[in-house]
Design a protein around this ligand. Structure first.
Ligand SMILES: *Cc1c(COP(=O)(O)O)cnc(C)c1O
Length: 327
């Protein structure tokens, strides 16, 4: 894997407003809930953005629908192909079904079976290939070339970023006085979108990103303002990337206020805390913003903090591991 030197221009705040209009026909806004027990546990006034309640159980659907709405009819017929560890593939599969497009999803062999089942249920052609995301991505790019399909980057795609950014637009429309928004980072589309909205609406709103200590490439690239590869060992597949995407990185370099990393144990504890306090199911990536809030407890004490609960697609096996790992 080498550094990409070219990528498309970033979406603007106006692009996010346009995406919200597109999505209105397909998705209702997700709930933004406050749980006093969660406030007590964190010391902040916490507003949970329930992206786990979207039809695919993850925020990426916003991006998939916004992207597919812009694909010309003839290309929809030829098809799109993408690589995914799970939720991005589900999003593209769901959106493809909605718009009558053909979709091929290249996934690593160890992919979460719950997510594969959902992709297939949406009619996608799921192809297992490679030990990790980078290998599945190479395979997907090859399929696109051989079969005349459009390859959809999960990170360097402005229409995906503008689409997912609508989660933060909904938050600031409902709670304009929020102090901080904490967003998980895999490829960085969600966090870069959130930062575009926060800066567009009120630059005083802090956008804080979180990624897994065990897969720190995105954090290192942000910290050093440079391409960084790193080991990719997290069990949180939403955060499992070994190399940064430079379009979202370039946006984060401009806009992001803070970036923290959390351990596997901290994410697991946050999954349990969501179960106990909000009676809601988060996958480890989805719980990582809560883990980050607990890390930043002193700094964010008494503040109004929105957490993007980005997804709830945890497999029964993962959930067992999380519950059994309880200290
Ligand atoms: C993809 C994903 C993330 C990371 O989002 P990016 O936009 O790739 O940074 C976080 N949580 C969940 C549940 C995801 O599916």
């Amino acid at each position: 894997m080498t550094e990409q030197s070219t990528f498309p221009p970033p979406p603007s705040f106006a692009d996010v407003l346009a995406a919200q209009k597109v999505l209105r026909g397909y998705l209702a806004p997700t709930p933004l809930h406050n749980y006093p027990v969660l406030d007590a546990a964190t010391g902040a006034e916490v507003w949970v953005k329930h992206e786990n309640y979207l039809p695919i159980g993850a925020f990426k659907l916003r991006g998939g629908i916004n992207f597919m709405a812009g694909v010309p009819a003839d290309q929809r017929k030829r098809g799109v192909v993408t690589a995914s560890t799970g939720n991005h593939g589900q999003s593209v599969a769901y959106a493809a079904r909605l718009f009558g497009a053909k979709a091929v999803i290249s996934v690593p062999e160890n992919a979460n079976p719950v997510k594969l089942e959902a992709m297939r249920a949406n009619g996608a052609d799921v192809r297992l290939n490679g030990a990790d995301f980078e290998q599945a991505k190479k395979h997907g790019e090859r399929i696109a070339e051989e079969e005349g399909m459009q390859f959809v980057s999960s990170g360097d795609e402005p229409a995906l970023i503008a689409g997912v950014a609508t989660h933060t637009l909904e938050i600031v429309q409902e709670k304009p006085d929020v102090d901080a928004i904490i967003v998980p980072v895999g490829g960085g589309s969600g966090a870069s979108g959130a930062s575009i909205v926060a800066k567009g609406v009120n630059p005083a709103i802090r956008t804080v990103a979180v990624c897994a200590e065990a897969s720190p490439a995105a954090y290192l690239a942000w910290r050093d303002r440079a391409w960084r590869e790193a080991p990719n060992r997290t069990a949180a597949e939403g955060l499992a990337t070994g190399a940064p995407y430079m379009l979202p990185q370039s946006i984060l370099w401009e806009n992001l206020d803070d970036f923290v990393t959390v351990s596997e144990g901290e994410m697991f504890a946050a999954v349990r805390m969501y179960l106990e306090t909000a009676k809601t199911l988060a996958e480890p990536a989805g719980a990582s913003p809560l883990a980050a809030l607990l890390r930043l407890k002193d700094e964010l004490a008494g503040k109004r903090v929105a957490l993007i609960l980005s997804g709830g697609n945890i497999s029964p096996q993962q959930l067992r591991t999380v519950l059994e790992s309880q200290a």
